[in-house]
Design a protein around this ligand. Structure first.
Ligand code: AMP
Length: 113
C-alpha cells in the first residue's frame, strides 16, 4: 500500500527501531511508548485491521503471537506483558495496518480505559 505508514516502515522508507523481522512479520519500537517496553508487531502483508482477518490470512496472526512470546522473553518480561489490538476508529486505531502492541515493564490495570 503506497500511502501506508507501516508499509513504508517495512520497506525501510521510514526509519524505525527494528526489534525483529522474518519473511512475514516485522516488529519495531513504538515511537510514543506507553510502557518501558512497547513494541509493535505487524504482518508484512497489508491487512487493514483485525476486522479483515479470515481463513486466508489468519496464519500470520498465529505467527505474530509466537513472535510476541519470543520478544517478551528477549526483553525480559518474565513477570507478564499485555498485547493490545485496536480495531477501527472507535477503538482508537490510528494506523490502518494491522498491528499488535506488546507492552511490559510496568503494572497494568483492567479494564483498560
Ligand atoms: P493504534 O493507535 O493502535 O493505531 O497504534 C498506532 C501506534 O503507532 C501508536 O502507538 C503510535 O505511537 C505508533 N506510531 C505511529 N507512527 C510511528 C512511527 N513512525 N514509528 C513507530 N511507531 C509509530
Amino acid at each position: 500500500m503506497d500511502d501506508c505508514l507501516f508499509c513504508k516502515i517495512i520497506a525501510g522508507e521510514i526509519p524505525s527501531a527494528k526489534v525483529y523481522e522474518d519473511d512475514t512479520v516485522f516488529a519495531f519500537r513504538d515511537i510514543a511508548p506507553q510502557a518501558p517496553v512497547h513494541v509493535l508487531i505487524i504482518p508484512k502483508e497489508h491487512i487493514k485491521s483485525a476486522a479483515q482477518i479470515d481463513e486466508t490470512n489468519s496464519g500470520v496472526v498465529a505467527h505474530i503471537f509466537e513472535v510476541a512470546a519470543k520478544i517478551a522473553k528477549d526483553e525480559g518480561l518474565d513477570d507478564g506483558f499485555r498485547i493490545v489490538n485496536n480495531c477501527g476508529d472507535s477503538a482508537g486505531q490510528t494506523v490502518k495496518h494491522l498491528h499488535f502492541h506488546l507492552m511490559g515493564g510496568r503494572e497494568f490495570t483492567w479494564p483498560a480505559g
